[in-house]
Design a protein around this ligand. Structure first.
Ligand SMILES: [Cu+2]
Length: 185
């Protein structure tokens, strides 16, 4: 609540942005059950509007590059991630091919560029806080029969420019880093 209030007060200084400030106020004054149910799907929803299609959002994009830490059999993994920021907060979409069919994967927003320890630590809204959503942004998904996987997750806070990279891991071995994408802020 404190962080949301801070964000709102941070936005309210700009008089040119009345519409989105009103939208944010309306959202925060409505019962939060709906949003909490959404964030119950905090690990992602493949059928949600992808980040690159969110209206009136600032969208950045990143292309996944393989990391040397990838497990065997992942040499063909490739794909794209988008991070959109709007009055709804932050929406992230990952879309990959070349995954192992039927396998589960996990992506996190990370706080350092891919060139620094493959993205460094997880991005956290409150540093040192919970290592789970909604304090971090996690996307869990399963590759289909063709090895394609994609999903979208929303968080009602904005990451600003602090979540600079996204990493994809095997769900079963999240210390392994398959690929990393730097967002083009
Ligand atoms: Cu990660």
């Amino acid at each position: 609540m404190t962080a949301a209030a801070l964000l709102l007060s941070g936005c309210s200084g700009g008089s040119s942005d009345g519409a989105s400030a009103n939208a944010a106020a309306a959202e925060s004054s409505s019962p939060s059950e709906g949003m909490d149910d959404m964030s119950g799907m905090a690990m992602g929803d493949p059928s949600a509007t992808p980040a690159n299609k969110i209206p009136d959002a600032e969208v950045v994009k990143g292309t996944f590059k393989l990391l040397d830490t990838r497990p065997p059999g992942m040499d063909d993994a490739k794909g794209t991630a988008w991070l959109a920021q709007s009055s709804r907060g932050t929406t992230v979409t990952v879309s990959l091919t070349g995954l192992k069919p039927g396998e589960e994967y996990m992506s996190h927003l990370h706080g350092q560029p891919c060139s620094t320890k493959g993205g460094g630590e997880h991005f956290q809204f409150e540093k040192g806080g919970a290592t789970t959503p909604p304090n971090e942004v996690h996307l869990m998904f399963t590759a289909d029969k063709s090895g394609m996987g994609m999903t979208t997750v929303n968080n009602d806070r904005k990451t600003g420019e602090n979540a600079v990279a996204i990493v994809v891991h095997p769900m079963a071995a999240q210390d392994n880093r398959i690929a990393c994408a730097d967002f083009d802020f």
